[in-house]
Design a protein. Sequence first.
Length: 170
Amino acid sequence: MNITLHRRLVLWVLGTAMAAALVLVAAASASAEPITVTTVQKASGTFTETFVCQDELYDITVDDIETNHVTAAGTDEDGNPIPPFTRHYSANGQVLAVPTDGTGPTYTGHYREREQFIAQQFDDFIGTFSYSAVVTARGSDGSMLNFHVLERYSVNANGEVTVEFVKATC
């Protein structure tokens, strides 16, 4: 099973959402007061990659609405968040996947992503990361595509990865 699109979406989402979250957190003045920042934005992107559950290359376009919610114990003098730090992210959107070589079905559908990142401390990281995604699309040939992925990682106070779970199904 190929989950390359999932990995590409995760990197795209992480890059976009974390940059937005850190800019907003950094914009807050240094404070020992807890902070909460929530943003909602439209996003879109186009890239070439194998589409979920497919082996061929596709030109993939995604359009979504993203919600990013960050809480932290406060910010330091440089505007960096002070743990405990939590980030909840969600995206709901549309996907269009067109075969790059012109053969095979074109897929149209929607996807849903959810992500949670919790850091009890940043130095000698302690925390968890959870991610889930669902892609449902219909092919121009009448075929149906359903993709589900669930991931979870946890690191304890000894720096050991105590949970490393990835399950993807087509």
